[in-house]
Design a protein. Sequence first.
Length: 463
Amino acid sequence: MNKSKIAIIGLAVMGQNLARNIANNGHKISVYNRTTKVMNEFIDEYGSENLEGYEDLCTLAKSLEKPRIIGLMIKSGPAIDSVIESITQFLEDGDIIVDFGNSNYQDTIKREKKLKEKNLKFFGCGVSGGEEGALNGPSLMPGGDKETYECIEPILKSIAAKDFKGKDCVTYLGQDGSGHYLKMVHNGIEYGIMQMMAEVYGILKNGFGLKAGEISKIFANYNEGKLKSYLCEIAVPILAKKEGEDYLIDKVLDSAAQKGTGRLTAIESLERGVGLSVITQSVYARVYSSFKNTRTELSKLYEKGTHKIEDDLEEFTKILENALYIGVIISYAQGFRLLEVASDEQNWDLNFSEISRIWQGGCIIRAKVLESFETLFVSGEKNLLKMPEVAKYINENIDDLRYVVGLSAMNALPTLSLSSALNSFEYITQERSTANFIQGLRDYFGAHTFKRTDKEGTFHSEW
Ligand SMILES: NC(=O)c1ccc[n+]([C@@H]2O[C@H](COP(=O)([O-])OP(=O)(O)OC[C@H]3O[C@@H](n4cnc5c(N)ncnc54)[C@H](OP(=O)(O)O)[C@@H]3O)[C@@H](O)[C@H]2O)c1
C-alpha cells in the first residue's frame, strides 16, 4: 500500500477542507479526528484512494512516508499540546508537526524548542481564507526552520491560492513563530477593515436612512474601484439578502463575537510600543457590541433624537469611498509597523513585498491595494506613510476622512475606527505635539524631569 505524504489531525470545517484540498491536488493524505464519528462521516462522503481515515494515532503514524508530516488543524491552545503529547510516541527523529491553526506565536516558539529536544520538528503555518479558502486555495503564512519548510513546500505550493500574477500565495517568512505572528496581524488588520466598513454602513443607514439593499449597491460600486477587495465583494450579497420583504441583516443581532486574534494583536502593540489604534478600537467596538443589554439601557438614558444628514448622497458616497480607503491604508500601515518592530526584535527579516503578494489571494483581507503595496515595499522602506506615492494620495484626500469623521460626530454616529485612523494620522504627522504639556504635568507632580528643545540635558523645574 502506498504511504501518505501528510496527515491532518482535526476534522472540523477547516481540517476537512484543507484535507480535501491536499487530496484534490494529488497528494495522498491520512486523516484523524479525536471524535471518530466525525472522521467516519467525513470519509464516507469524501474518502478516496488519496484520502484515508484512521481511528487511532498509531496507525495514522504508520500510514505516513518518512519523514512524517503531521498537520494539526485543531482548536488553538492546550488542545495542541495535548495532541502533540499523544502523537509524539509514534514519531521518529526528523518527523515534522505543522500547526496550521491560529496559535499564539509564543506558544509556537516554545513548542518548537521543546520538540527539538526530542529530535522532532515543529513548524507554524497560518492559514487564511476561512472554509472556502481552505478548500480552494488559502493564503499560507509559514514560519519556522527553513529546512523543514523545504520539506513541506511542495504540498503548500500546490494547495495555495494564486496572487494577481498567478504565483502561489505562500512564501517562507522567517524563523520560529513568524508565520503565526503574521496570521495574527492579518486578522488584526481584518478586524480594522471590517469595523470601518461597519461604520460606513452605519453612516449610510442611520445618517442617510438608506435600506440595506441600497447600501449593498454602494458597496458593489466601491468594489469596482480602488476599494476592490474580498470584504467589499461579500458585503454586497450580505446586505442584499432578503427574507420575504425584509433584509436579513436587519434581523441579525448587533453583537459581534471574537476568537482572540484581534485582541492578541492589540496586546502585542502595547507590549512592543507600536500605535495600533485602528485595530485596537475595532476590538473595543466588538467588546462594546457584546454589551447589548447595557447599550439598550443607556440608549434610553441618553436619548439622542434622530439625525438626518442632508448632503447630496451621490457626492457623499465618493467622499466616503476616499475616507474608507485612507482608513484601510492606515490600518495596513499600522499592521505593517507592528510587523516591522516585531521582525527587528525577533530577527525574522520579514519581506513586506512578499507579504503583500501572498495576501493577494485566498485570504480574507485580499484586496487590490495589495498590488500597490507589493511594488512600493520593493524600495526597502517599510513605513507606508513615508512613501511619496501614499503621501500624495493622502494629502489629496485626507479632507474627505476629516469631513466624514466630523459629520458623523455632529450626527451622533460612532466612528471608533475611522476616527482612530484619522487621529493617529493627525498625531503622527504633526511636527510639534502637545506632549510637552504632559511632561510639564509629570515633572510638577512627580519630579519626572524633562528635556528641553533649546539645550541639552535633563531638567526639573519648581513650576
Ligand atoms: N474557522 C475559520 O474560518 C478559521 C480560519 C483560519 C484559521 N482557523 C483556525 O484553524 C483551526 C481549526 O479551526 P476550525 O474552525 O476548523 O475548528 P475549531 O472549532 O477551532 O476546532 C475544532 C477541532 O479541534 C479538535 N479538538 C478540540 N479540542 C481537542 C483536543 N483537546 N484534542 C484533540 N482534538 C481537539 C476538534 O475535535 P472533536 O471533533 O473531537 O471535538 C475539532 O476537530 C483553529 O486554530 C482556528 O483558529 C479557523
